[in-house]
Design a protein around this ligand. Sequence first.
Ligand code: UDP
Ligand code: MG
Length: 331
Amino acid sequence: MAANFRSIRYSLVIPVFNEEAVLPILLRRLELVLSRLDGPAEAIFVDDGSSDSSSIVLRALATRDPRFRYIGLSRNFGHQVAITAGMDAAQGEAIIVMDADLQDPPEVIEQLIAKWQEGNDVVHARRLSRDGESRFKRATAHLFYRILGRMSSVGIPADVGDFRLIDRKVLDALRQMPEQDRFVRGMIAWLGFRQTEVAFHRLERAAGETKYPLFKMVRLAMNAALGFSDLPLRLAVWCGLTVSGLALLYGGWVILMWLSNDPHLVTGWSSTILVVSLLCGFNMVMTGIVGLYVGRIHAEVKRRPLYVVQTQIGFDRNEAMTAPAIHAVNE
Ligand code: UDP
Ligand code: MG
């Protein structure tokens, strides 16, 4: 095992949730790609609580073929956690995450690797087209990436899912981000490093059905919006300010009507509306401000590192120089 550790160059991480229909084709295509790679590779299947025969097939495969590994989660934790579990176990110098359903063609891996060998640390695979997905899914995905791009302060690339290659050092940094509500593609964008992309045509699912129903998509979108933007909080403040502003304008207008003895003025009504809407506005502002503080606490609780050091040169040399000096004092 120890000898194995250093020699692995590429780790493929593949989350699997009830994918028995697609496994035979996937394994065939994967074997071809693995045999073409220019270094030793491992393929890690993360079984995200499958209840079909996927578990049996993959467990048997991992027992008999040393290139394949199997991680079985105790239940369905969701795609983002599954890929995290797989990446945590990866031993390679370059780690590639891809879906099991062949919507991320294994052949693109070679293009990702080529870009990595040019010196890039993160290579995203960007979807040029999406075949076989409903118009609703395509439209919501399009909207999601555009809105997220505007909301977020880190440049999360559009039309990029979780199909990507990351370098070992990016993975080491990613593993320092222990946040619970994970949106891995945003976290990787946040990390920086040298990022680039290759484009591919996303094909239809080779077999089986999507494991991402609407509620899982909404949850992912919420994690993205709350984890990578404080726009919703600022929105509350702006809403409150607008309502208060409108209430004040209305107040001014009512006073003008009253001064000019307008016969349409109903006594009592205007002042009630004025007080209610003014209070509503204040309330919204205060909620928004509290929200901003909660947002800060939220960010703290996530315990993200403040920054990530990419390279360090000469530090061990400094240590080596001070160490003998301490020795000298002791003697
Ligand atoms: N998946 C998973 N856990 C889940 C849902 C999905 O591990 O709770 C896996 C699934 O087996 C597939 C990948 O994540 O390999 C992407 O899922 P899917 O293809 O169903 O999503 P879609 O492409 O339809 O968005
Ligand atoms: Mg899919």
